[in-house]
Design a protein around this ligand. Structure first.
Ligand code: PXP
Length: 238
């Protein structure tokens, strides 16, 4: 299993003062140095954290892979087609939400999703869909010809205090198995932290975990390098 680090909240902190500190590219490079195999940024429509110039700069300077999270918005699609990140992860987006709250509705939106991701795939960008671990969303992701899915681990993480999130964990496991059986690559993320991440090892074949908030939070106390290394060890089980 690989570790992708989401660095949006380095930009959140920077934007709080409107200046240049902390530097987002430096954060990405530290994450790579301490075990990240990809860097995720979410270019939100309201640009509340990551800005266009961050994405350009990161894509040019990182050594690993850029995973660009984006809504199904034409202007962001244009940027993605220009930058050509290694992968994009299509997420639902509502302006008022604090973070990405739900999964992408694929099953009831087959035509739109398929049309939206086609030009991205034609440019050689790996397209992943951020979905809830529901059978119909997994099957729909295959139907629209996505390469990959990212399973939303938010419900699992939130219920972790109840029997280690057993019920939600089983949902994730079933969805991951089905997805792999029909040829989709499976990533997972949202709300994963140093306590709950260990159960991801019980899901065979997970490709990459995308983790942000818990790592950036730990970085305040331990430094970013140490926080990434701690998570790297948890993900690699070493
Ligand atoms: N994956 C996706 C698709 C997300 O939208 C987010 C949050 O931006 C994450 C992973 C990372 O979630 P967290 O910050 O809770 O680790």
């Amino acid at each position: 299993m690989l570790l992708g680090v989401n660095i949006d909240h380095v930009a959140t902190l920077r934007n709080a003062r409107g200046g240049v500190e902390p530097d987002v590219l430096s954060a990405a490079l530290i994450c790579e140095k301490y075990g990240a195999t990809s860097i995720t940024t979410h270019l939100r429509e309201d640009r509340r954290h990551i800005k266009d110039e961050d994405v350009y700069l990161i894509s040019k300077n990182i050594k690993t892979r850029l995973n660009l999270e984006m809504a199904m918005a034409d202007d962001i699609q244009k940027i993605a087609l220009e930058i050509r990140p290694h992968s994009v992860c299509i997420v639902p987006e509502r302006r008022q939400e604090i973070t990405t709250e739900g999964g992408l509705e694929v099953a009831n939106n087959l035509k739109n999703v398929k049309e939206f991701i086609k030009p991205l795939r034609e440019k050689g960008i790996i397209v992943s869909l951020f979905i809830t671990p529901d059978i119909e969303q997994v099957e729909a992701s295959k139907e629209v010809e996505a390469d990959s899915i990212e399973l939303h681990t938010g419900a699992y993480s939130e219920s972790f205090h109840i029997e280690n999130g057993e019920k939600e964990f089983q949902r994730l496991k079933r969805a991951a198995e089905l997805a792999q059986n029909i040829g989709l690559r499976v990533n997972a993320g949202h709300g994963l932290n140093y306590d709950n991440v260990f159960r991801m090892h019980e899901i065979a074949g997970l490709y990459e975990l995308n983790i942000g908030h818990s790592i950036i939070s730990r970085a305040i106390f331990k430094g970013l390098g140490q926080a990434v290394e701690d998570m790297y060890k948890a993900v690699k089980n070493v």
